[in-house]
Write a new protein. Structure first.
Length: 399
């Protein structure tokens, strides 16, 4: 069924189709309409789930952690400072290996107070042990929510589905609502390996000693370091599982196919622009303009940012002369985090340094600053023509 709706509704419909059983959330712009829609669906009897209104984002994720620990399929959503308020529980959910799904409707972080879009909120949480997916349009939002539940439950690792505040959350565009029968084929009922049971009480995630030790049954149990090692190994393995999930989704629904990166006109590109979210679709217009001028440019959207798809990115970028990374976030004191990650990946996987492309980082759209296609076109034209300088350029800044 094709409908025209906003991105928050697309996310809510994805949560409904996934059969989430517990939703806990606290309102924050621009996420609020998402969880409002879920509460409406539950109140109308269109969705069989428990909605838990809480006093803060910290409590919202705590409630989802509790629900997931009992074997329920749980969901929450937030933005900006709300995501930061969850920070302690974000680490806890990953360390407890709970298959939660959370939509992060990307928004700038205060102070100063700003309700407009950039990616600083989710990028600041990239090292918490969660899988991070980035959507570029409404179809990717609703489909991404379904894939996120499947991936989270296959890996026992929580997943963030990130999409741009206002640019996607509040704009209307057409998308296909997946058929329930096909969703049931794709997303099987959640059966956790272990769930809390009142008839069999247990302690979870108690104080863990540095070294391995015997548990209450007399078996040797992992120490803290082993637990962290296994999370890291499973996150790296999740790259393969994410693509398998994507392949299964495409077989059933007939769309998708790029779980890790999404290339556009990259096959013959001499220069490739890399980014996250809806910006990469805007950059397709820039590519066509510059190709009309004889410049062979392509765009590579990073769909899965954590775990980082280093090999997939290297394969897509290694034959280019130059790579230009445009980000709506900054690792303060250095450069954009995505730019640093791409440099590290190319350094790791391209042995002949003389054949590696140059990598240039640029910052745009911070705090909702307009990212104008003519500005992007002029900036990329200059970057291709000039000699790359150290440090990121700032597109659209006015000092």
């Amino acid at each position: 069924m094709h409908i025209i709706e906003n991105g928050n509704v697309a996310a809510a419909l994805g949560v409904k189709l996934a059969g989430a059983q517990v939703i806990a959330a606290y309102p924050i712009t621009p996420q609020t309409p998402l969880t409002e829609k879920l509460s409406e669906l539950i109140e109308a009897g269109e969705m069989q789930a428990q909605y838990v209104p809480v006093e803060s984002e910290h409590s919202a994720l705590a409630a989802c952690i509790a629900a997931s620990s009992t074997g329920a399929r749980a969901f929450t959503a937030t933005s900006a400072n709300g995501l930061l308020y969850m920070h302690e529980q974000i680490h806890w959910a990953a360390g407890a290996r709970l298959p939660l799904v959370m939509c992060v409707v990307n928004r700038a972080v205060g102070a100063p107070w700003c309700i407009w879009n950039d990616h600083q909120d989710s990028i600041s949480q990239r090292d918490t042990g969660w899988i991070q997916m980035y959507a570029c349009d409404h179809q990717q939002i609703i489909d991404g929510v379904l894939k996120a539940f499947s991936l989270a439950e296959a890996t026992s690792i929580p997943v963030m589905v990130c999409y741009d505040g206002y640019l996607l959350s509040h704009t209307y565009m057409p998308f296909v609502v997946p058929e329930e029968e096909k969703v049931a084929r794709f997303l099987k009922p959640f059966k956790p390996a272990y769930a809390l049971d009142p008839d069999n009480p247990a302690n979870l995630n108690t104080v863990t000693l540095p070294d391995i030790r015997m548990d209450v049954t007399g078996e040797m149990a992992h120490g803290y370091m082993e637990i962290r090692y296994l999370l890291q190994e499973d996150l790296r393995a999740a790259l393969t599982i994410a693509q398998q999930t994507e392949d299964a989704f495409k077989e059933i629904f007939g769309r998708g196919g790029n779980a890790l990166v999404e290339p556009y006109r990259c096959d013959d590109a001499e220069y490739i622009v890399v980014g996250l979210g809806s910006l990469t679709y805007q950059l397709r217009d820039v590519v066509e303009i510059l190709r009309g001028e004889g410049l062979k440019l392509g765009v590579l959207g990073v769909r899965l940012y954590r775990p980082f798809p280093d090999q997939a990115l290297t394969e897509a970028l290694q034959h280019a002369r130059g790579v230009i990374v445009i980000e709506k976030a900054l690792s303060y004191g250095y450069e954009g985090a995505l730019c640093s990650d791409i440099k590290a990946a190319l350094y790791e996987h391209i042995q002949d340094r003389s054949r590696a492309p140059f990598v240039k980082g640029m910052i745009a759209g911070i705090g909702g600053r307009d990212i104008r296609t003519p500005d992007l076109t002029a900036t990329l034209r200059a970057a291709i023509a000039g000699t790359p300088e150290e440090g990121p350029d700032w597109i659209g800044i006015k000092l």
